[in-house]
Each structure stands twice: as structure tokens, then as C-alpha cells.
Ligand binder design. Structure first.
Ligand SMILES: [Zn+2]
Length: 141
């Protein structure tokens, strides 16, 4: 694991905390706090900000990686999360971070670590495959 992999790993793991997800919005969210679909509600429902200038309302779930865009100000982030990604284990709890039991929190964290690790492993496998291909091509010359 190189430094940038490790940083990404840590960044993703930190997004498990609602406070860090809320920080990711950094006042860039398209609706203000008086609307049902505000940054705090999105962070509570597991989303962090991945928007750009072209698509300022892009968010992603820290756990299932589901990306959602095209929000309306009356949308309920929890309902949208459950509707669009019914298998998400975080969304299925349907609980605020502080309502999760310690055991539930630890279990989610363990699963998240495993997911991040598997992703890193498959990236590494792709790199190895590419290297083997290159070696085989060189051998053929
Ligand atoms: Zn999710």
C-alpha cells in the first residue's frame, strides 16, 4: 500500500463519521438548512459531497458507494437512500449515528474496512495483470 492508497483508505474510513461527511459539504450544498433536503440530513443518511461545478448536487454513500444526483429540495435523504440502494447495510439500520449501538457501529466499521481492503486488493491485481501482460509481450519480441 503506497501513501496515496493509504490516504484514500483513511479518508474513506473517516467518512464513516457523520461529522466528517457534513464537513465534506463545506457550504457547497444547493439547498439551505430550512429545506428538508439539506446538508445535515444528507450527512445523517450516510452521504458525503462529491459534487462538481457542472453537477453541484452529487453525493455518495460512504458505505455502499451509491451515487445520487438530481435532488429536489423536498426529498428525504433517508428514503432516497433506502429506495435507491435497499441492500446498503448502513441505510438498512435507518438510525442516526448516535442511535447505533456500539456493536452495530463496530460491525459496520469492520465491514467497511474489509470493503476498502478488497477494493485495494483488486486494484493491485489489475496492476499485476498489466505487468504480466507487458512481460509476456516483451518475451514475444
Ligand atoms: Zn449506502
Amino acid at each position: 500500500m503506497n501513501d496515496s492508497d493509504f490516504e484514500e483508505f483513511q479518508y474513506k474510513l473517516n467518512l464513516m463519521l457523520e461529522k466528517n461527511r457534513l464537513d465534506s459539504f463545506n457550504n457547497k450544498w444547493v439547498f439551505d438548512d430550512s429545506k428538508p433536503c439539506n446538508a445535515k440530513k444528507l450527512a445523517e443518511a450516510g452521504f458525503y459531497y462529491t459534487g462538481t461545478e457542472e453537477e453541484p448536487d452529487f453525493v455518495q454513500c460512504f458505505f455502499c458507494d451509491k451515487q445520487l444526483v438530481g435532488w429536489e429540495e423536498e426529498d428525504d435523504p433517508w428514503q432516497e437512500h433506502l429506495h435507491r440502494s435497499p441492500q446498503c447495510e448502513f441505510a438498512k439500520h435507518n438510525k442516526l449515528e448516535m442511535e447505533l449501538t456500539l456493536a452495530q457501529f463496530i460491525q459496520l466499521r469492520e465491514k467497511l474496512v474489509m470493503k476498502l481492503f478488497k477494493k485495494w486488493m483488486s486494484k493491485r491485481d489489475e496492476q499485476f495483470e498489466w505487468m504480466f501482460k507487458m512481460i509476456n509481450e516483451l518475451k514475444r519480441r
